[in-house]
Design a protein around this ligand. Structure first.
Ligand code: NAD
Length: 364
């Protein structure tokens, strides 16, 4: 019999983080009632909220909570209030700390266009229709972790330094994640780099090619990141799985989000050798925090990814995805996906959460 009891650490964070996480938890609660799933949910502080309370963005208590759980659900961190803090104390450091301590090296970002949102994208319907991409972003290397780093004074002027480092081992393991993902989909893997000017990403290209010899059934291609940025808006249907570095993945996935209509729609899973962490790809959106207008669907879909990847509950994951599809079909839209001239009146964060909960209860 499969397991049906799981412990989830919830770290809502800052800005709209708590607002979207609340809706995702309501959806999970409804699903538990319907399916008999038993969830032990414990909340902790992270980001600016943790700094305000404990003087650090990732307190030991929150880290322990995450380490003792089967999976972590995170909202978002950051905001103008904490922007003048030292880098080590900034809310965003909590994300890097969690990724590092939980050994999360692969970030999966599915870019799926819902049929009912074809007109929500700023791109033409004919361009976005049928887009279904999985971006696999490396999470532990690159400019985000490389040393030396910092700003120093030399010859009377300030010099800013960050270091792009990738070890062969780091490239090999993320390449395997990419190939495995492609094998389970349409068997096309595109590796994105900047090998024409960056030696570290020539190594990336070489190692990905080497790993590819173990996956003769997957068609491997390579593309420079600047071309990929252009191709994503020119013809996104050409992509199946994209595997790329930490920074290129960060930027390309925000760009790809707009194909789906809004950054608020995109879920993500960060995986390693143990527990996974699930979060929408957007930030804390301070500009709309507290206005009940954030789109909670990216977070709700992140919970579906948690059920699938951490708990092997594919049917339950699909039930959430179907519920989201059904509310979109009913014409419910938060402001970010309402589009121009659709005649649809935007609903708030809570109303969108209510609608998904109702669909779960109705067995949509
Ligand atoms: P953002 O993703 O927070 O917001 C970008 C734009 O998208 C804003 O106009 C915002 O209103 C909109 N948006 C984002 N999520 C939305 C949603 N669910 N529904 C509707 N609209 C949504 O990016 P930003 O403004 O560059 O960053 C704000 C803060 O978030 C910064 O402090 C940044 O460091 C932090 N950040 C955190 C994460 C994270 O926690 N994983 C990721 C990115 C940025």
């Amino acid at each position: 019999m499969s397991r049906n009891h799981f412990r989830i650490a919830v770290l809502p964070g800052d800005g709209i983080g708590p607002e979207v996480v609340r809706e995702a938890l309501r959806v999970l609660a409804a699903l538990s009632e319907e399916t008999g799933l038993s969830l032990d949910i414990r909340e902790g502080f992270v980001g600016g909220a943790a700094y305000d309370r404990f003087g650090e963005p990732l307190p030991e208590a929150s880290l322990s909570l995450a380490m003792e759980s089967d999976a972590v659900l995170l909202g978002a961190v950051g905001g103008p209030k904490w922007e003048s803090l030292d880098y080590a104390l900034r809310p965003e450091r909590a994300l890097l700390g969690l990724r590092e301590r939980l050994g999360l090296f692969a970030n999966l970002r599915p870019v799926h266009v819902f049929d009912d949102l074809l007109d929500a994208s700023p791109l033409k319907r004919s361009v976005v229709e049928g887009t279904d991409i999985l971006i696999v972003r490396e999470l532990t290397g690159d400019l985000y972790f490389g040393k030396p780093r910092g700003v120093r004074v030399e010859g009377g002027q300030r010099i800013g330094v960050n270091t792009l480092v990738y070890t062969e081992g780091e490239i090999r393991r993320i390449a395997r994640t990419g190939f495995e993902a492609a094998r389970a989909r349409r068997k096309q893997l595109l590796s994105v780099d900047k090998a024409n000017v960056l030696e570290s990403t020539q190594l990336w290209r070489d190692v990905v090619t080497e790993v590819g010899r173990d996956y003769p059934d997957v068609a491997l291609g390579h593309m420079y990141v600047d071309n990929c940025a252009m191709q994503l808006v020119r013809n996104p249907r050409q992509f199946d799985v994209i595997v790329t570095t930490n920074m290129f993945g960060d930027i390309l996935s925000d760009e790809a989000a707009m194909i789906t209509g809004s950054i608020g729609m995109l879920p993500s899973a960060s995986l390693g050798d143990g527990r996974g962490m699930y979060e929408p790809i957007h930030g804390s959106a301070p500009d709309i925090a507290g206005t009940d207008s954030a789109n909670p669907l990216g977070t709700i879909l992140s919970v579906a990814m948690m059920l699938r990847h951490s708990f092997s509950l594919d049917t339950e994951a699909r039930r959430i995805e179907d519920a989201v599809r059904a509310v979109l079909r009913d014409g419910l839209r938060t402001r970010d996906i309402a589009g121009d001239g659709t005649g649809l009146t935007p609903v708030g964060t809570v109303a969108m959460g209510d609608a998904v909960v109702r669909k779960i209860r109705d067995g949509a």
